[in-house]
Ligand binder design. Structure first.
Ligand code: FCB
Length: 317
């Protein structure tokens, strides 16, 4: 993918990020109330379902440092390089990304990245997110590097479509009211689908077992009650051990861990759209013990259900 096509259409949002960055010196910290710039600097708390932006790194500029997260993050990240070259280290491999390259980092995936040696700039768009319940099957690209996934988008039309969609996700997500966040999630789903479609186009036949899709659907239809692997396996006519093996091999984590992720996402949704007390919401998503629910919630989201609601539920008042 060549850079020139991309540089001609810098959207206003990117220009404004760059303008604000140019006021900072190398080594400065971001002014914290600036929602476009603050997430680009260490110390930002990613304690929400979706944060998106663009990181325009220029050699010796204020963003010319490595983004190092040895324990990964709580949510997923999808990165799209739009200019220059970056160097990504995923804990095992070191590789260079260029315009059109996508990197997908699951929760907990080690990452350490920055400007590639010899490159003058590296601009990438990114979205940090907690997926919707049924996205799991699409977040599993063929090309795995360490804990992360990689894909090259070598088609100009698709690239332009992806860039526009990343831009739209970013634009909606800064509003933070519930409907804007739903719109951002909606366009992010489009990004995820476009990537999955591109990935499947080169997948060997039979790559994805349809029984896994059935299993995921069964789990998401029954989020309100605890399920065992044996129950799910019976529903999709597989033995428990076969289902467990197939699931982990295809989706990179156990089916019960995946279920827990979906439960927490559903709980986030309920906390924002329903006025019920946390205790009741915990029960609605199958937790009898609200304290245990809060503990699990905190592990995934980084704050208590109450704090989450206080921070993100204002739009509902
Ligand atoms: C920003 C990084 C970007 C992405 C998000 C989650 O600080 O610049 O690459 O990792 O955090």
């Amino acid at each position: 993918m060549d850079d020139t096509a991309i540089q001609t259409s810098t959207p206003a949002q990117v220009e404004s990020v760059i303008r604000r960055l140019s006021l900072l010196q190398h080594g400065d910290v971001a002014p914290s109330p600036d929602p476009d710039v603050a997430p680009l600097f260490p110390g930002f708390r990613f304690d929400t379902n979706l944060v998106a932006g663009i990181t325009p790194i220029e050699r010796n500029g204020p963003l010319d440092f490595r983004i190092t997260r040895p324990d990964g993050m709580r949510g997923w990240i999808i990165n799209l390089t739009i200019k220059g070259a970056g160097e990504v280290f995923d804990g095992t491999n070191r590789f260079v990304v260029r315009p059109g390259d996508l990197v997908l980092l699951p929760p907990g995936a080690v990452h350490d990245y920055g400007l590639a040696p010899g490159a003058e700039d590296w601009w990438h768009r990114w979205i940090y997110f907690q997926p919707r319940a049924y996205w799991g099957v699409w977040l599993n690209w063929q090309q795995q590097r360490g804990d992360s996934f990689f894909m090259r988008c070598d088609d100009d039309t698709l690239f332009a479509d992806l860039e526009r969609s990343f831009d739209e996700v970013t634009a909606w997500s800064v509003n933070r009211d519930l409907l804007s966040m739903e719109l951002a999630m909606n366009i992010l789903e489009r990004v995820i689908l476009l990537c999955a479609k591109k990935d499947r186009a080169t997948a060997p036949p039979g790559h994805f077992d349809p029984r896994l899709l059935m299993a995921c659907k069964f789990v998401t239809d029954n989020l309100h009650r605890p399920l065992t692997v044996a129950e799910i396996a019976q529903e999709v006519c597989l033995s428990p051990s076969r289902l467990a093996h197939l699931f982990t091999q295809t989706l990179g984590r156990s089916i019960l861990r995946w279920r827990e992720e979906q439960v927490i996402q559903f709980a986030c949704h309920l906390l924002l759209v329903s006025p019920s007390p946390v205790k009741q919401i915990a029960a609605q998503v199958g937790f009898e013990d609200p304290l245990y629910f809060s503990r699990v919630f905190r592990r995934y989201i980084g704050c208590s259900p109450k704090a989450f609601r206080a921070e993100h539920g204002r739009a509902m008042e």
